[in-house]
Design a protein around this ligand. Structure first.
Ligand SMILES: Nc1nc2c(ncn2[C@@H]2O[C@H](COP(=O)(O)OP(=O)(O)OP(=O)(O)O)[C@@H](O)[C@H]2O)c(=O)[nH]1
Ligand SMILES: [Mg+2]
Length: 441
C-alpha cells in the first residue's frame, strides 16, 4: 500500500531563508540520485550538492538521508534543505514528481509513521496539538501526550481488564462443568478501581478543551467603568478604543489572550444600560446573548463608586469575578470584600487578577494540581463509553444478574480502550485525525 514515494514542502510556503522538502518511500533515494552527482549515502549525514534536472541548475542544497526504519516515517527518507524561494521549491518538487514521486496528502508522513509503528495514535494526536499549542501550558500537555503518557496509563488499565476477564472466563468455564460460577467482592473492587482510573483521565477533558480552544472569558459591566481598558491591560496591547464618553464600545471584540499559560478568548462588550439609541440597544442585546456561552465572566464596577449589586443580571451557573476598577481613585466601603481591586490605568492589581482568573477556571474544571496530561474530545467520548460499560458490569455484579453480562460489558470496555490507544480498524478516526495536519507533516 505504501510502495509509492511521497513528497512535500515541510516548511511554510513563501520566501524564507531556507525551505525543507521531504521525500519518503522506497524510491526516495533513487529519485534524488538523478538530480545530483553520485553520492555515497551515509544515513543521518548531510551532504552539500548542486541539484540539476535536465541540464538546468535547480539550487545548491543540503541533503540528508534517513534509512528505514530509522526515520520519522519508518521508510527511506531524504530531506532537502534548499533556499526558501518558492520558484526553487516548485522546480525541485516538479522534478521529483516527474521522476516518480507523488504529492503527499496532509499528515501523510505522520500517517505512515503511525502505520509503521513509529508512533501510536495518541502520540500522533499529541504531535498535532504540539504544532498548534497556543500557550506554554498547552505545549506541556501536548508534549505529555506525544511522549505517550496517555498510552502508558491506558495500557496499565487494559492489562488489568484483561486479567479480570480471564478470571471471569475461567469461572464461567467451571459453570459448564456444573460448578456455580463465582467471583468475590475483591473482583468487584478491582473493576471499581479500573473505573476510577479512567474517571481520573476523564476529569482532565475540560482543561484539555480549554487548552485547545481557549476559555471564553467575557468582560461585562456598565458603560465607562473601564472594560475596554481592562481588555487592553490583560492583552498588554492597545486593542480596543478607550474614551471618557460612556457607550464607546458598541460591537463586542474578541482577542486571544494568555493568562498564566491558559489560553483565553477574551471578549470586551458594550456597556449595559437603558438606551434609546438603536445601535446601543443592539450592542447591549448582542453582549447579553453572548453571556450564557461564557466559561468565566469578569464583572467590572468602579472602585470609588457606591456598589449596587443588582444593576446587571449575570447567568448564575457561570463563575464570575467582581472587579473594582479605577482603584487609583479610591475604594468605596460599600464594595464586597471579594471584589478584586484593580487599576487598568496604572496596572496595580493586574497580577492578582490573573491569579484569580487562573484559579477560577481551574477550580471550575475540577482540575487537580500537578496534572499536565489532558485528554481531547475523541479520547473523552470513547473513554466515557468505556465507563458506561464498566457501570453496567458493576450493576450486573451487584445484582448477580449473570456473569455473562459482566463479561460482555468488560469486553466492550476493552474494545473502547483499544480504540483510544489506536488499535483500531476504524478508518474514519484515522482519516479525520491525519486530515488535520498540514501538508508536509
Ligand atoms: N482613573 C482611572 N481611569 C480609568 C481606569 N480605567 C479606565 N479609565 C478611564 O475610564 C474611561 C472609560 O474607559 P473605557 O475602558 O473606555 O470604559 P468602558 O467600560 O469600555 O466604556 P464603554 O465602552 O463606554 O462601556 C476612560 O476615560 C479611561 O481612561 C482606571 O483604572 N483608573
Ligand atoms: Mg468599552
Amino acid at each position: 500500500m505504501n510502495s509509492d514515494t511521497i513528497i512535500a514542502l515541510s516548511t511554510p510556503p513563501g520566501v524564507a531563508a531556507l525551505a525543507i522538502i521531504r521525500l519518503s518511500g522506497t524510491q526516495s533515494r533513487a529519485i534524488i540520485d538523478q538530480l545530483l552527482s553520485p553520492v555515497a549515502w551515509v544515513p543521518a549525514t548531510a551532504v552539500y550538492r548542486t541539484l540539476k534536472y535536465r541540464d538546468e541548475i535547480l539550487d545548491d542544497a543540503v541533503l540528508t538521508f534517513w534509512q528505514s526504519p530509522n526515520s520519522y516515517t519508518g521508510e527511506d527518507t531524504v530531506e532537502i534543505s534548499c533556499h526558501g524561494n518558492p520558484h526553487i521549491v516548485e522546480k525541485i518538487l516538479r522534478a521529483c514528481l516527474e521522476l516518480g514521486a507523488r504529492t503527499a496528502r496532509p499528515g501523510e508522513f505522520t500517517q505512515r509513521a503511525y502505520l509503521n509503528n513509529k508512533l501510536s495514535l495518541t502520540q500522533a494526536e499529541g504531535l498535532l496539538d504540539l504544532l498548534y499549542a497556543p500557550t506554554e501550558r498547552a505545549l506541556a500537555s501536548a508534549r505529555a501526550m506525544k511522549e505517550g503518557k496517555l498510552g502508558h496509563a491506558l495500557e496499565a488499565v487494559r492489562a488489568e481488564l484483561i486479567d479480570l476477564l480471564s478470571h471471569l472466563e475461567a469461572s464461567l468455564d467451571f459453570a459448564e462443568e456444573g460448578i456455580e460460577p463465582h467471583v468475590g467482592p475483591e473482583f468487584t473492587a478491582r473493576v471499581e478501581q479500573v473505573r476510577a482510573q479512567i474517571e481520573k483521565l476523564l476529569r482532565t477533558a475540560p482543561l484539555g478543551r480549554i487548552l485547545q480552544e481557549g476559555a471564553l472569558t467575557i468582560i461585562v459591566g456598565e458603560p465607562n467603568v473601564g472594560k475596554s481598558s481592562l481588555l487592553n491591560a490583560l492583552l498588554r496591547e492597545d486593542r480596543a478604543i478607550v474614551a471618557p464618553t460612556p457607550g464607546t464600545t458598541r460591537d463586542w471584540i474578541e482577542a486571544p489572550c494568555n493568562v498564566r499559560g491558559l489560553p483565553l478568548r477574551l471578549v470586551d462588550t458594550a456597556g449595559q444600560r437603558d438606551s434609546t439609541d438603536p445601535v446601543e440597544i443592539e450592542g447591549n442585546r448582542r453582549a447579553r446573548a453572548l453571556l450564557p456561552k461564557a466559561q468565566l465572566l469578569l464583572h467590572v464596577v468602579e472602585a470609588h463608586q457606591l456598589f449596587v449589586s443588582t444593576k446587571i443580571e449575570l447567568p448564575e451557573n457561570i463563575p464570575s469575578l467582581l472587579i473594582a476598577n479605577k482603584s487609583d481613585l479610591g475604594r468605596h466601603t460599600s464594595l464586597p470584600v471579594n471584589a478584586i481591586s484593580l487599576s487598568a490605568k496604572t496596572g496595580e492589581g493586574l497580577a492578582d487578577l490573573e491569579t484569580r482568573i487562573e484559579e477560577a477556571l481551574l477550580a471550575d474544571m475540577g482540575h487537580e494540581s500537578g496534572t499536565v496530561l489532558t485528554i481531547n474530545a475523541r479520547q473523552n467520548s470513547t473513554l466515557q463509553r468505556a465507563t458506561q460499560s464498566l457501570d453496567q458490569a458493576l450493576e450486573a455484579l451487584r445484582n448477580t444478574t449473570g456473569l455473562e453480562i459482566v463479561s460482555i460489558e468488560l469486553r466492550d470496555a476493552l474494545h473502547d480502550l483499544a480504540e483510544v490507544i489506536g488499535e483500531t480498524d476504524n478508518e474514519d478516526i484515522l482519516t479525520r485525525l491525519f486530515q488535520n495536519f498540514c501538508i508536509g507533516k
